[in-house]
Design a protein around this ligand. Structure first.
Ligand code: PFF
Length: 436
């Protein structure tokens, strides 16, 4: 459970949630996001843990073995394959963003945040983005950190830190919320975040909200399935799932509540894009007593949260390669890190010098869109359908033993109908099938 919440809580909550919410108009986005978490995310988390605990293998082999045992085609393992691919694709840009954190940590250590002004914060952000060399350096450092943990097989050590660091991160967020409460932009921020205006959302905003829910919960690619294999039988499945979903959503909402008041009180643009937290948070730290120390703590904690998430993106592929080839952990990790390393270079160049577009998106945005808004929901759809419709009845019953009837029924309904139809409807809506 620690590992799964370590995977779920990361940049997705604190970096991605506020900026994507800002790009999609706030309240209505948050509303669809919360609905997606509850109606699609929660049943898929349950499905993933259930399949993982039942299959006891990496996602590819779990899907294959369970399909075979239930009398269905082995092709279900393709869901696992897509998950492994999605994990490496996400790692490509995730590592670039985690690199930004490293840069800000470094900046804080060298010059501190105390003299940061609005113009200064914007300039610092532009300066970082315009330098491919600097971005590459930090991207590489972060990838080595993540690969190192996976190659050495010391995930447990890192995950144990989650126990202490997660409450600390929550504490820090509460502190930031406390600060935000006293800024002039607080009430406009609350209205922006929690008063939905659906006319501003549209199909792409709804898809983005669903994608954010999947990305933030780490679902649809078999990561939670891989961890589900370790969940002891005594722990009731819905409780484990509820815990992961609850913590993850709480962290995202707190991040939103901490950041948007800063955006509004400094007259910044809510739709300012991926730099949102890097343009706003330093301004808050600049005005706090001991601000530079708090900045160090906050960015440091976020870095560790990003680290545990990135380890979870890489681990299933490495496990698969080690279990199915003669490669040892270290060479398997090196080989698999090559792809995110190279694609990450594409991402960071697309922020400054590389102007090519893919479906009208920069390479960075394209990878983000492809994974969060397409691959994860599609993976989640298949996982829910498999668990709800195709898994052998006896296996299902055994995994759900001890849970109350209404919980079982609700989950079954959500996994069979709600999750697949929800994803499908949003896909079709985005494709314009329901008319313009
Ligand atoms: N959930 C992570 C975050 O919010 O930062 C990102 C992530 C990790 C997505 C692992 C998917 C995944 F498999």
């Amino acid at each position: 459970m620690l590992a799964a919440s370590g995977s779920a809580v990361g940049l997705g909550n604190i970096w991605r949630f506020p900026y994507v919410a800002g790009e999609n108009g706030g309240g209505a986005f948050v509303c669809v996001y919360l609905l997606s978490v509850l109606l699609l995310g929660l049943p898929i988390v349950v499905s993933e843990i259930l399949l993982g605990r039942c299959g006891q293998r990496n996602p590819v082999d779990t899907m294959r073995v369970l399909a075979e045992r239930s009398g269905h085609v082995r092709a279900w393992s393709l869901v696992g394959w897509m998950g492994l691919a999605a994990g490496l694709l996400i790692l490509s840009f995730y590592s670039v963003v985690a690199g930004w954190l490293l840069h800000y940590l470094f900046l804080d250590l060298i010059v501190g945040m105390q003299d940061m002004t609005k113009a200064g914060a914007l300039a610092a952000w532009e300066h970082l983005l315009s330098s491919p060399g600097r971005l590459l350096l930090w991207h590489s450092v972060f990838l080595v950190l993540s690969g190192g943990v996976v190659a050495l097989g010391v995930q447990n050590g890192l995950e144990r830190m989650v126990k202490v660091l997660m409450p600390l991160l929550l504490g820090m967020l509460l502190l930031m919320v406390g600060y935000a409460l006293r800024t002039s932009g607080f009430s406009s921020a609350m209205a922006y975040l929690f008063k939905p205006d659906f006319s501003a959302l549209g199909a792409s905003g709804m898809l983005a909200a669903m994608g954010q829910a999947f990305f933030s919960l780490s679902i649809g690619l078999g990561v939670i399935m891989a961890y589900g294999a370790y969940l002891p039988r005594e722990v009731p499945l819905p409780r484990a799932a509820g815990w992961i979903v609850g913590v993850d959503t709480l962290v995202a909402l707190l991040a939103g509540i901490a950041i948007f008041p800063l955006v509004f009180s400094h007259g910044l643009e809510p739709g300012g894009g991926p730099g949102l937290i890097f343009q706003t948070l330093p301004l808050a730290f600049a005005q706090m007593p001991l601000g530079s120390a708090f900045a160090l703590l906050f960015f440091g904690l976020l870095l560790i949260a990003a680290w545990t998430s990135s380890v979870s993106l890489l681990e299933p592929s490495v496990a698969f390669l080690v279990e199915n080839t003669r490669l040892k952990r270290l060479p398997a990790t090196v080989v698999l890190c090559l792809l995110p390393f190279l694609l990450g270079i594409g991402c960071l160049l697309s922020l400054n010098v590389w102007e090519a577009t893919f479906f009208e998106l920069s390479f960075f945005d394209f990878l983000d869109y492809l994974t969060a808004n397409v691959m994860l929901p599609l993976g989640g759809l298949f996982i829910a359908v498999f668990a709800g419709w195709f898994l052998k009845r006896e296996m299902l019953a055994r995994e759900l033993e001890g849970t109350s009837l209404w919980v079982r029924r609700t989950w079954l309904f959500l996994a069979r109908w709600m999750a697949p139809l929800g994803v499908l409807v949003l896909f079709l809506y985005q494709l314009g099938v329901f008319g313009a």
